[in-house]
Ligand binder design. Structure first.
Ligand SMILES: O=P(O)(O)O[C@H]1O[C@H](CO)[C@@H](O)[C@H]1O
Ligand SMILES: O=c1cc[nH]c(=O)[nH]1
Length: 370
């Protein structure tokens, strides 16, 4: 039987034999930790250290796409207490998450104030701060989340944030899992099943290891409640540069493969342990790892790609599904804060939002105030 290009590419990459003739590749093995107290990632107090000597030599650093700057804003005063950076594709999801987490951790805004989109005047991303939690939208795809990560990591540095944890709260296409299933990524792979993020810098292809924090995966998984009316699974996530052809869909504006070829490909992914496909995981995993920041990805599947391509679930159902990763992440944040003795006694006033019904009430309340 004739071998197709994708067979050959996948096999070659799995065997590590993927150097193209004349291509200059630099592989960062990620083994950069030093042992003498401070590391290349951290100052001794745990605050984020940048792997870029240029930044501290600059008079000011303009975080252009966030509408913030180290000269124009007191970033340490504004963001110094941030412990969790949660990000997801859409501004609305991250605004909802900000209201949700505010209620979950019992955070009170100063009297007479409302949650504000801190980056509104960038007209690019939306960002909300609720005490130790930053809730930021990242747009769609690798370039968009890459730019955001550069600026958010620099923000962590300027603000002297200590040991922040980054979590992506997303949606995805499942492979062999039902719509509504929550998926925690333990390995982020690219379209050729490599656990790396590859990009071009100064005309050279650079690969960075796409590594997520294994302990965060276990901690998040342990917070699935047996009473949750859906499954929470752990597995590999594949990152693509496109929603249609790149994810083997037959319903884009173009399609040069057959349904059989598509199914063969998706089954191959499933056999390799890929549970879901989305469009940011390798960049997110690689850039956080490169910065020495612990990170995790929790997505909800909007459909099972082995059963179809179109996202045709009713809006209300999909809205309810999108809350599921947020509930898991909020349990994690609550637990973390409680362990540090920081979960406010205000919790008693608010109670705990562990159900989608309670989430909806908070959402309605926040919308009524808008
Ligand atoms: O739901 P979010 O977090 O935006 O993520 C997924 O949805 C988008 C495609 O519809 C891609 O960005 C993909 O990664
Ligand atoms: O199939 C899907 C659904 C959501 N996001 C994706 O990237 N793919």
């Amino acid at each position: 039987m004739e071998r197709r290009d994708d067979d050959r590419n996948l096999d070659e990459y799995k065997n590590g034999n993927n150097c193209k003739n004349g291509t200059d590749r630099v592989v960062d093995d990620g083994d950069n930790e030093e042992t003498n107290g401070e590391s290349i990632y951290r100052y001794s107090d745990g605050s984020v250290r940048l792997r870029n000597p240029n930044i501290e030599l600059m008079d000011q650093d303009i975080l252009y796409h966030l509408a913030l700057g180290s000269g124009s804003h007191d970033l340490q005063e504004m963001f110094g207490d941030v412990k969790f950076v949660c990000m997801g594709g859409t501004p609305k999801r991250m605004e909802n998450f900000a209201h949700f987490i505010m209620s979950e951790i019992g955070y009170k805004l100063p009297p007479g104030t409302q949650l504000q989109d801190i980056s509104a005047f960038s007209y690019r991303y939306s960002m909300y701060k609720v005490g130790p939690v930053l809730s930021v939208s990242h747009g769609m795809g690798v370039p968009s989340i890459g730019i955001l990560l550069h600026e958010i990591i620099k923000l962590m540095y300027h603000a002297k944030c200590k040991d922040p944890i980054f979590i992506r709260i997303g949606t995805c296409g499942g492979i062999g899992v039902e719509g509504g299933t929550v998926i925690i990524t333990d390995d982020a792979v690219d379209g050729l099943l490599r656990s790396t993020y590859e990009m071009t810098i100064l005309g050279k292809i650079v690969q960075r290891p796409a590594k997520l924090d294994a302990k965060l995966v276990r901690d998040l998984k342990s917070l699935h409640d047996l009473e949750d009316p859906y499954e929470t699974v752990v597995g590999k996530t594949m990152c693509t540069y496109d929603f249609y052809e790149g994810q083997g869909r037959l319903d884009g504006a173009f399609c040069d493969f057959t349904e059989n070829e598509k199914m063969e490909y998706l089954e191959k992914l499933r056999d390799f342990g890929v549970v879901n496909i989305e469009m940011e995981c390798t960049t997110f995993a690689a850039l956080t790892h490169h910065a020495g920041i612990r990170a995790a990805i929790v997505c909800v599947a909007l459909l099972d790609r082995l059963k179809g391509d179109q996202v045709n679930t009713p809006k209300e159902v999909m809205n309810e599904w999108q809350i599921r990763p947020q509930i898991l992440v909020s349990r994690f944040i609550r637990k973390h804060l409680a362990q540090q003795g920081k979960l406010k006694s205000l919790m008693q006033q608010h109670g705990s939002i562990r159900s989608p019904r309670r989430f909806k009430l908070v959402q309605q309340e926040s919308e009524a105030h808008e």
